[in-house]
Design a protein around this ligand. Structure first.
Ligand code: URA
Length: 407
């Protein structure tokens, strides 16, 4: 039977929901092997999936675990997800802005796998911060603070988790159909009625080709309407790291500077775009009105206040947050203008410094990472500091040649 289904997909035929459930549920129950599922995923990567197959797969993923009920809140939660980027600390900033405008955020986030940490790793760099909250604590905090970020429970879409782990090591992460099903099943099971998906595009993103990025947006929106969820997608560039820092505690410190209204530039703009869409959806107002609310919350200090309230509620101590690591500098060897800072190269350097993990239980050094002292377009002279590296490891040979493009 499994061979027939794999062969059917290999020849590009449409599968029924029963056939998809037979394969995927069998995998979750340990009745199908990694190599069988790998062959099936490869066939999907090559032949793609039709809309109905994708809707069915989302349902199979959702029903593999618990579905969170957030209906206890007086207003609908608006969720946010990013397809993953280097230096992406937007959730920390947006969560505080949106919640301070009266739109509750109850978000489950992942630990990072790959070169850099995920939102949970960034939050865990704040001493004392707790990410494993009981459902009663989540409810209390959602009502009192309006902002909760917890780690994803093992019981939420366990099938997606198992399939994603296999995709990650078998070169099958780039299927647009699988990405859309994976993201949307988690978001729907997470209980949000409305959501904004930040689809990253470019060199440091999961998808580089704009055609794939557009199809992913289309699919995400189609899945949303099939499941009666209000969904918006926003495409943002991931050719260079977002903001000035890559590394967990460094990114929290940068997020705080944005929340204190001390930073301008691309990171702030990306956050404002995402927050605007979330506030507009949450309050059913225009984007213009929503953007004004977001700007006010930064200017009056309400967003920064909300962030402090949120960190305190989850037992974090911001006063003890500091970078404890050796510093090293990358200096310019020639004069010119910085044309590019490559996201993927930055992520690899941050990983070597200790900011990321390969296996899910690998330790992360919260202080490790990079601060870019110059940005794209800056003119430089030989000897100028381009970046500061923080690490507690003996500094290995680093591929800094590929970090900056100077011409
Ligand atoms: N993020 C997810 O959650 N799943 C994917 O497949 C890709 C990005």
């Amino acid at each position: 039977m499994i061979l027939d289904i794999i062969t059917k997909k290999r020849y590009g035929q449409v599968l029924t929901k029963e056939e998809l459930a037979y394969i995927f549920n069998g995998y979750l129950q340990g009745e199908k092997t990694d190599y069988q599922i790998n062959a099936f995923l490869k066939a999907i990567c090559i032949q793609d999936m039709g809309d109905q197959e994708i809707f069915d797969l989302v349902d199979i993923f959702i029903k593999s675990g618990e579905v969170i009920d957030l209906s206890f809140l007086p207003v609908p939660v608006v969720d946010k997800h990013s397809t993953g980027g280097v230096g992406d600390k937007t959730t920390l900033i947006i969560g505080a802005i949106v919640a301070s405008c009266g739109v509750p955020i109850v978000k489950m986030s992942g630990r990072g796998l790959g070169y850099t940490g995920g939102t949970i790793d960034k939050l865990l760099s704040i001493p004392g911060f707790q990410v494993d909250l009981s459902s009663e604590e989540v409810k209390q905090q959602a009502k009192q603070v309006g902002l909760v970020i917890t780690s994803q429970t093992a019981s939420l879409t366990p099938l997606d988790k198992k399939v994603y782990a296999l995709r990650d090591v078998s070169g099958t992460t780039s299927s647009v159909a699988l990405i859309a099903s994976s993201i949307m099943s988690k978001k729907i099971a997470g209980g949000a009625e409305k959501m904004v998906i930040d689809v990253k595009s470019g060199e440091g993103a999961l998808l580089e080709d704009p055609k794939d990025v557009n199809r992913l947006c289309e699919l995400i929106e189609k899945i949303g309407s099939y499941y009666h969820k209000e969904v918006r997608t926003v495409v943002s560039s991931m050719d260079h790291p977002l903001g000035q820092t890559v590394g967990n505690a460094l990114e929290v410190l940068e997020a705080i500077r944005v929340l204190k209204n001390e930073e301008q530039g691309e990171l702030l703009e990306t956050c404002l775009t995402l927050a605007t869409n979330m506030i507009a959806m949450g309050k059913s107002i225009s984007n213009e009105e929503a953007r004004q609310l977001a700007l006010n919350s930064l200017q009056t200090g309400a967003a920064w206040q909300k962030f402090q309230e949120f960190v305190k509620a989850q037992h974090g101590n911001l006063e003890q947050l500091r970078i404890q690591a050796q510093k090293y500098y990358i200096k310019a060897t020639k004069a010119g203008t910085i044309r590019a800072i490559h996201a993927l190269a930055a992520a690899k350097v941050a990983y070597i410094l200790g900011a990321g993990r390969k296996e899910k239980d690998d330790p992360i050094d919260p202080s490790a990472g990079i601060v870019f002292e110059k940005k794209i377009g800056d003119k430089i002279e030989p000897g100028m500091i381009l970046a500061t590296l923080y690490t507690n490891r003996p500094l290995p040979a680093l591929d800094v040649e590929h970090l900056f493009e100077i011409a």
